[in-house]
Ligand binder design. Structure first.
Ligand code: SF4
Length: 478
């Protein structure tokens, strides 16, 4: 199974999201809060660019020698007592995990947050086979009991207000006394803790993802802020790690360099509250830990990206910074994308993991402002890769007819410079005429979508070409 998406309905879902008042309120916090938060973090981390170069170099080197480091990881992880499994796609990964659970007579599984498990819809698969899969990250738990998918790769419930969460708990937690106050985040967290405690203690199997895999030691690195991953990986007798193959790094030192970037770009912390390094199962004499550890390495389309124009996407450390700064994501939220990977990183990754036929809308949902690339700690050229997808979409005849005819018209005009200048000058005059106090409130026809939810700046001064010619003329004058 490749990635299941419903990205074809992006335009309709985006339109609907723009009209949802509560969603716009929560996205407003992200729009205004994340830029300020980022500025504060960067002020405390002047070595950011040096670490970005280092992070890029580490990942590029690993991807260039993926086979070597993969073999090293397999050998070291096995030597530490872990059972390592290879899954070519989601169906294989789900079958492997279900088989492990069945052999242990599993009734309940606790899960810490893992986007890869969302990618293959693991919780749903286990539930369909009679195994309760309980999400233990607070955001994941909330969206799970609401029957939703995460809307952000770092903050799964970022689309919800605390009133939404209170309503959900009152509806779903049937043993909740009606008088119990749930008006504050602390009260909501306590309520979720109470519900999750028994599952933490009684789960037969714990499933986690991995933030990094260290080849030289066979170690799995996990970062969280809630401590739920530690209870998920340490309490049950069996621990299963489900992770993508791109999480590999050669050394412990490489992992710690990337951790410095991940925490700062993901949540604005210098370091996350919990950072766990897990090597194999519990050894004799260990105070706790699982008796058995399994690591399921998932490909699911990732190796297809190697040695292509999309290889650099495999550097992604899932920090979420590109989502937080994207004007499209922060206007429509994650659910509109119809993929577990939303925002700019999802616009590149989803067509690769699903197909451009299914997810062609996503790379088009970008203004190419370049902010995503500017903030990406791994220096991933996201706009360039979205442009590659647009080219492929165009070549395959998937671009909408209006876009194809618009581009055809533009190409004809561009071949006739005089006609091009005339048409541009005319268009600028018409737009200037529609402007009121510097803004255009509505545009007709194809432009109506642009002004439906925001105003457009009216053109000022001459066209770019006119200004360029005037400047060139001035520079030529002695
Ligand atoms: S593409 Fe870059 S900014 Fe976006 S999630 Fe990945 S690493 Fe973070």
């Amino acid at each position: 199974m490749s990635l299941e998406v419903s990205a074809r309905s992006f335009p309709e879902k985006a339109h609907e999201a723009l009209g949802r008042e509560r969603l716009q309120k929560t996205l407003g916090y992200l729009r205004f809060g994340s830029a300020a938060g980022r500025r504060a973090v960067m002020a405390r981390f002047p070595e950011f660019d040096t670490y970005r170069d280092l992070g890029k170099a580490i990942k590029d080197h690993t991807l260039a020698h993926l086979d070597t480091y993969m073999e090293m990881f397999l050998e070291k992880a096995a030597a530490a007592g872990a059972h390592v499994h290879w899954a070519a796609d989601g169906a294989e990964a789900r079958a492997i995990i279900l088989d492990i659970c069945r052999k242990r007579g599993t009734r309940t599984v606790t899960k810490s947050k893992s986007m890869v498990s969302e990618e293959i819809e693991l919780a749903e698969h286990l539930s369909a086979h009679g195994i309760r899969a309980v999400e233990t990250d607070l955001g994941e738990y909330i969206v799970q009991i609401r029957g939703e998918r995460p809307s952000h790769i770092i903050g799964p419930a970022i689309h919800l207000t605390k009133e939404d969460v209170e309503e959900t708990f009152r509806k779903v937690h049937d043993d909740l006394p009606p008088g119990r106050p749930l008006g504050t985040p602390v009260e909501l967290i306590s309520e979720a803790r109470l519900k999750l405690r028994d599952d933490f203690l009684n789960a037969d199997v714990g499933i986690s993802g991995a933030n990094f895999l260290i080849a030289e030691t066979g170690t799995v690195v996990l970062v969280t802020n809630e401590g739920n991953a530690e209870l998920t990986t340490g309490v049950p007798k069996t621990h299963i790690v489900l992770t993508g193959i791109e999480k590999l790094v050669p050394t412990l030192e490489d992992a710690t360099a990337l951790l410095r970037l991940l925490a700062r770009c993901g949540t604005g912390q210098d370091l996350t509250a919990y950072t766990s390094f897990i090597t194999g199962a519990a050894r004799p004499g260990d105070a706790d830990g699982p008796e058995e550890t399994h690591i399921v390495l998932l490909d699911n389309g990732r190796s297809r990206m190697l040695r292509t124009e999309f290889e650099e996407m495999l550097r992604c450390i899932r920090c979420g910074a590109c989502l937080n700064q994207c004007p499209v994501y922060t206007a429509v939220g994650g659910h509109a994308y119809g993929s577990v990977y939303p925002g700019p990183m999802g616009a590149v990754l989803t067509p690769m993991l699903a197909s451009v036929d299914e997810a062609g809308h996503l790379p088009n949902a970008s203004s190419f402002c370049g902010k995503c690339e500017e903030v990406c700690p791994m220096r991933i050229p996201l706009p360039r890769m979205m442009r590659h997808w647009r080219e492929r979409e165009f070549e395959r005849g998937l671009a909408p007819p209006a876009m194809r005819s618009g581009l055809g018209l533009w190409r004809t005009l561009a071949g006739w410079p005089a006609a091009y200048r005339l048409a541009l000058g005319l268009a600028a005059r018409v737009l200037r005429g529609r402007g009121r106090e510097g803004f255009i409130r509505t545009l007709p026809f194809i432009g109506a979508g642009w002004t439906e939810h925001r105003d457009m700046r009216a053109p000022e001064g001459g066209t770019f070409l006119a200004q360029w010619s005037a400047r060139a003329g001035r520079e030529r004058r002695p």
